[in-house]
Design a binder for this molecule. Sequence first.
Ligand SMILES: Nc1ncnc2c1ncn2[C@@H]1O[C@H](COP(=O)(O)OP(=O)(O)OP(=O)(O)O)[C@@H](O)[C@H]1O
Length: 320
Amino acid sequence: MIVTESLSKRFPRVTALDRLSVDVGPGVTGLVGANGAGKSTLIKILLGLSPATEGRAEVLGLDVATEGAAIRERVGYMPEHDCLPPDVSATEFVVHMARMSGLPATAARERTADTLRHVGLYEERYRPIGGYSTGMKQRVKLAQALVHDPQLVFLDEPTNGLDPVGRDEMLGLIRRIHTDFGISVLVTSHLLGELERTCDHVVVVDGGKLLRSSSTRDFTQTTTTLAIEVTDTDEHPDGTRAVREALHARGVTVQDGSGLPGAGHILLLTAQGEDTYDLVRDVIADLGLGLVRMEQRRHQIAEVFTNDDAQRKEAVGHGG
Ligand SMILES: Nc1ncnc2c1ncn2[C@@H]1O[C@H](COP(=O)(O)OP(=O)(O)OP(=O)(O)O)[C@@H](O)[C@H]1O
């Protein structure tokens, strides 16, 4: 769907994209990065609206440098900032956008009605947009991105300004754009957790550079951290503590999970292969405790940033 090769965008004072090479397939893809990471800049280049300083990119097999108009015919775009006229209704605005995309008048009206129904704005469609809530305005922006039945949509921070319920509804809508209509989605957010739930694939950018691109499943794959939970006995009324001390005596560093909500009885340690499992099993058996669970913890996408920060700090430490 999208391929970039060493794509860079330099402004006089800042490098917004720095040799970014990424390959995005069909489905729902999240583009994650802090504010200023280069997400909006990438979208504008992919739409052929802003030239790259170097490198190249293709969207749906079309070159962004020379085929921008053809790309915009096939791709819908929901911009980040509020750009809606306050004194027209959602219907008038979306019909107008459909006509701008080349749909004949009747088809534009029909598609507008269908799209506004899909985004949940059917009842309010004749009211002026100026009186809409933030959530309703985001839905109008989403509707105009979908009205010409694109193959792919770019959604720039669609959950911005929404409360938690509004966010959930918007994320559900985004998921259904793909499942109900087969339209692929590139959605940006600076909130990692929400993309973890919504996307098939996640691309993480930081300072214009690619940090990681992989399936959501790989992001949340198992880690080498083992979580252990044991029962207490009369002999060891605090079983967790007994295991921690016994492992410590055998040279294994163990953290407790008290920093994690509801995980005060969980011990966390780094597995060094099969031996660690055997050692933990033996220690628990020797103490006569019951093993409630021993499992590998799963990654959270947020850890990509934490790990990267840690690696950067380590690199700086080693350098200096
Ligand atoms: N037209 C411009 N002129 C100069 N600098 C720009 C321009 N557009 C973006 N930048 C800078 O490029 C960097 C990346 O901006 P961009 O808007 O792409 O980030 P973003 O990841 O979309 O963040 P946000 O969600 O805050 O928009 C920022 O440092 C920004 O200030």
